[in-house]
Design a protein around this ligand. Structure first.
Ligand code: ADP
Length: 489
C-alpha cells in the first residue's frame, strides 16, 4: 500500500488512488510538493490529467452499479463509521501531514481538522439511517410516494486551506447517500487525501467507490473531472472565479452543482456587547489558520462608542500571537500556503497604504523568520468603505476595522458586497440580534459566536459565495435524486 510519512524525513510521495489501488500517472508525470513553512520539497505528487480521470470515472461507474449498490444501508453506515474510527486512530500521522502540507500549526490540525474529518463520517453514518422521503394521499384517486437514489458518480474538487476537513465534509454524505466519488485534492495539499485511500479500503469500502486523482485545475485533472460526460454532479469548494469556470465545463452535460465559494464576512460589534468575549473570538475569526478560512470575519465593524476600547485590546491580543514554526506548540499562526499566495496577500498591504489605510499592527514578515511564507497578523484601519481591502477577499491574516454609528448603516455596509457566506453579530440586545440577523444577506449568521457548527444545519453561501447548502438533510438533497411514484387507486 502507500508508504506514509517517515518520521525522520517528514516526506511522502503521493500517488493516485484508482479502483482500490495506488498508481502513478500513465505517463509517470509528477510535480513537487513544498512545505510552506520551510520552502523545502517534501515529496513528489503524481500529476494526473484526462487519462487518469477517465480511469477513475470508469472505476467509479462500475462500483456504483456493482458492489456498492449491493451493500445494505446498515452495512454502508458501519463502513462509513469505520472510516471515522480509523482517522481518529491515525490522528497523529494525519495531523502531521496536514501541517507539513499547509503550514498550519500542528495543534490546530490535531484539535480541529482531523477530529472534524472523523466526525464528518461519524455524523453521516448516524444521519443516513434516519433519512426518509415524502408520501401524499390524493383522496381516493392515488397515492404518491418518493424514493431516493444516489445521484451517481460525483466529482469532489477541494481547496487547500482545510484539506481533509473539507474533503470529508463532501465525501461522507456522498458515500452515505450511496454514490461513488472521484476526488481532486488541491495541488498544494495532496497528503492527507492520499492516505484516505488506504483508510477507506481498510474500513471496507469496495474498490472503485472512492478514487483520488491528483493534479492541477485548469487544463488538468480539475478541468477533466468537471467536464467529464459520465460524472453526474460536482461539489466544489474554492474561489468564486474558479466556480464560474467549472460551471461552464459542467454545463455541457448539465451536471448538478454544489458550491461553497469565497467570502468577505462582516464581524459586527455593537457597543453593548461583552468586549472580552468579542476580542477572544475576533482573534480567532481573524487569524486562526492564518486567516485562510472562507468563514473568516475579515471586515470588522465597530460601533463608535467602543471603537477605542476595542482597538486597544484587539491590537494588544494580536501582538501576543506568536507566528512561527507550525511544529512548535507555542506558534499560534503558521505559514501561508505558497509563495504565490504570500505575494498575493502581501500585495494587499501595498494597496492598503495606497488607499490611505493605516496598518495599525503587522503588515510584514516577522523578524527572524527568513524562510517560509510567514506574515504577521495585520489590522488595517482608516480605509474608505469602497477600498479594495474592504471589498476583496484577501484570504490571509489581514482584517480591516471600520467604525459605524447606526444599526441601519452597518446593515447596509455589511450587505454591500457580492459575497454572502457568513456574518457575526455581537450584541446583548435580544431584539436587535434577531432584527439585524434577519437583514444580513449571508447563508450563515452567528450571534455572539463564530464557527460554532451543528452538522445538521444548512451550510453554504448566497450571492457569489455559493450555490446550494450542505449539512444534514441538505447534503442528502444534493447527493440524491428523488423519483415520485404515483399509484392510481
Ligand atoms: P485557490 O486559488 O485558492 O487554490 P481554487 O479555486 O483555484 O483556489 O482551487 C480550488 C480547487 O479547484 C483546487 O483543487 C484546484 O486545483 C481546482 N481548480 C482550479 N481551477 C480549476 C478549473 N478550471 N477546473 C476545475 N478545477 C479547478
Amino acid at each position: 500500500m502507500m508508504a506514509s510519512v517517515t518520521a525522520e524525513t517528514k516526506t511522502m510521495d503521493c500517488l493516485h488512488f484508482i479502483n482500490g489501488k495506488y498508481c502513478s500517472s500513465v505517463d509517470h508525470k509528477t510535480f513537487e510538493n513544498i512545505n510552506p513553512a520551510t520552502e523545502e520539497v517534501i515529496g513528489t505528487v503524481a500529476e494526473g490529467g484526462k487519462k487518469e480521470i477517465d480511469l477513475a470515472v470508469t472505476a467509479a461507474r462500475k462500483a456504483l452499479n456493482g458492489p456498492w449498490k449491493e451493500i445494505s444501508t446498515q452495512e454502508r453506515s458501519k463502513i462509513i463509521r469505520r472510516i471515522g474510527d480509523i482517522i481518529l486512530k491515525r490522528i497523529d500521522e494525519l495531523a502531521m501531514l496536514e501541517t507539513l502540507d499547509t503550514g498550519k500549526p500542528l495543534w490546530l490540525a490535531k484539535q480541529l481538522d482531523i477530529p472534524r474529518a472523523a466526525y464528518n463520517f461519524h455524523f453521516f453514518a448516524d444521519y443516513m439511517i434516519s433519512v426518509g422521503t415524502e408520501a401524499y394521499e390524493q383522496d381516493n384517486i392515488a397515492i404518491n410516494y418518493a424514493v431516493r437514489r444516489p445521484v451517481g458518480v460525483v466529482g469532489l474538487i477541494n481547496p487547500w486551506n482545510l484539506p481533509l476537513l473539507l474533503l470529508t465534509w463532501k465525501l461522507a454524505p456522498c458515500l452515505a447517500a450511496g454514490n461513488t466519488a472521484v476526488m481532486k485534492p488541491a495541488e498544494w495539499t495532496p497528503m492527507t487525501a492520499t492516505l484516505l485511500g488506504e483508510i477507506c479500503k481498510e474500513a471496507g469500502v469496495p474498490d472503485g467507490v472512492v478514487n483520488i486523482v491528483h493534479g492541477f485545475g485548469p487544463d488538468s485533472a480539475g478541468a477533466a473531472l468537471s467536464e467529464h460526460p459520465d460524472v453526474d454532479a460536482i461539489s466544489f469548494t474554492g474561489e468564486t472565479s474558479t466556480g464560474t469556470v467549472i460551471m461552464q465545463s459542467a454545463a455541457k452535460t448539465l451536471k448538478k452543482l454544489s458550491y461553497e465559494l469565497g467570502g468577505k464576512n462582516p464581524n459586527i460589534i455593537f457597543a453593548d456587547s461583552d468586549l472580552d468575549e468579542v476580542i477572544e473570538t475576533t482573534i480567532k475569526s481573524s487569524f486562526i489558520n492564518q486567516g485562510e478560512v472562507c468563514l473568516s470575519g475579515s471586515r470588522i465593524y465597530v460601533e463608535r462608542p467602543v471603537l477605542d476600547a476595542f482597538m486597544e485590546k484587539f491590537v494588544q491580543k494580536t501582538k501576543e500571537l506568536t507566528v512561527g514554526d507550525p511544529l512548535d506548540p507555542n506558534s499560534k499562526v503558521g505559514a501561508l500556503i505558497s509563495k504565490e499566495h504570500y505575494e498575493r496577500v502581501s500585495s494587499y498591504l501595498k494597496i492598503a497604504r495606497e488607499e490611505g489605510g493605516n496598518i495599525v499592527i503587522g503588515g510584514k514578515r516577522p523578524a527572524g523568520l527568513d524562510k517560509g511564507y510567514y506574515l504577521e497578523p495585520t489590522i488595517i484601519a482608516g480605509l474608505d468603505r469602497n477600498s479594495r481591502c474592504v471589498k476583496e477577499e484577501i484570504f490571509g491574516p489581514v482584517v480591516t476595522v471600520l467604525p459605524f454609528d447606526k444599526e441601519e448603516e452597518v446593515i447596509e455596509q455589511a450587505n454591500d458586497t457580492h459575497y454572502g457566506l457568513s456574518a457575526t453579530i455581537w450584541t446583548n440586545d435580544l431584539r436587535r440580534a434577531h432584527r439585524v440577523a434577519r437583514q444580513i444577506e449571508a447563508g450563515i449568521i452567528w450571534v455572539n459566536t463564530w464557527f460554532l457548527r451543528d452538522l445538521r444545519t444548512p451550510f453554504g453561501g448566497m450571492k457569489r459565495s455559493g450555490i446550494g447548502r450542505e449539512g444534514g438533510m441538505h447534503s442528502f438533497e444534493f447527493y440524491t435524486e428523488l423519483s415520485n411514484i404515483c399509484i392510481k387507486l
